[in-house]
Ligand binder design. Structure first.
Ligand SMILES: [Zn+2]
Ligand SMILES: [Zn+2]
Ligand SMILES: [Zn+2]
Length: 264
């Protein structure tokens, strides 16, 4: 995991830290600066405001994300001038499971943690705008949902800019069970999210950027019927020589999956 330094005392801090272990400063990630920062309460400036410590951006004011204060589910900050209570990353989540269910709450917190790691990677690559005023659809949006009795199961996937994840994927035992049942290669939540973000960015970077010929030269023709290809993959398993041509067995299922696996 990427390490940072407390900008108050210089001690090593981590991406998910909320307090410096050395000087006890409150820490938060500043999406607009793509960095961790030490903050001190600034009640003189306004209710709930924090002032950045250290030499960079001296005196800059932030609020802690609403999901930090309410659920202990986020360590990102919001610029003080923002009209939003939620940070830019939490605002990408458009649908949530019933958080009064303790299992859902626990799973959702783990998923948001993985999602913030993906946000950071995409931001560093210049693929995810970090300015607080960026439009909500500048990056992927997310739906984190739980299966409900009597309703069809929630299927993890990407459609039309939204990444849907069944919150049961945050349960290690359940994820292992599904992985074995579906012959899927993923071992982590971040792996799931990175894969699905590959489908999101295929739309942006290949389809919408007129790069289909270059894509097909490397990954094959994506016009191959997707539903048929997937059901054949699940019925018969991957071709035995997949490792000569693909990064994973699942990548052999369809050119879109080859791209998403390679991206992840
Ligand atoms: Zn410190
Ligand atoms: Zn947040
Ligand atoms: Zn996929």
């Amino acid at each position: 995991m990427q390490i940072f330094n407390c900008d108050h005392c210089g001690h090593v801090v981590f991406f998910d830290s909320v307090q410096c272990m050395h000087c006890a400063s409150t820490l938060a990630f500043l999406p607009d600066q793509i960095t961790m920062a030490a903050l001190a309460p600034a009640p003189d400036a306004g209710v709930g405001l924090w002032r950045r410590l250290g030499a960079v951006q001296p005196g800059a004011l932030y609020r802690l994300c609403y999901n930090h204060a309410t659920w202990d589910a986020c360590n990102f900050a919001v610029p003080a001038a923002s009209p939003h209570l939620l940070c830019i990353a939490c605002r990408q989540t458009h649908r949530l499971p019933d958080l009064s269910d303790p299992g859902n709450l626990r799973h959702w917190i783990r998923i948001e943690e993985a999602k913030r790691q993906l946000f950071y990677t995409l931001a560093r690559l210049g693929l995810q705008p970090t300015d607080d005023s960026a439009p909500p659809h500048a990056g992927p949006t997310y739906a984190f949902l739980a299966d409900l009795p009597g309703e069809p199961g929630i299927v993890t996937g990407h459609h039309g800019g939204t990444i849907t994840l069944n919150v049961a994927e945050a349960d290690d035992d359940e994820r292992a069970r599904r992985r074995i049942a579906l012959h899927e290669p993923y071992r982590t939540l971040i792996g799931h999210l990175r894969h699905e973000s590959g489908h999101f960015y295929w739309d942006r970077l290949v389809r919408d950027a007129d790069k289909l010929d270059a894509f097909r030269a490397v990954f094959g023709d994506e016009r191959l019927d997707y539903a048929t290809a997937l059901s054949e993959h699940y019925a018969q398993g991957a071709r035995t020589d997949w490792s000569h041509h693909h990064v994973s067995a699942y990548a052999a299922a369809h050119p879109w999956e080859d791209w998403a696996e390679t991206w992840a």
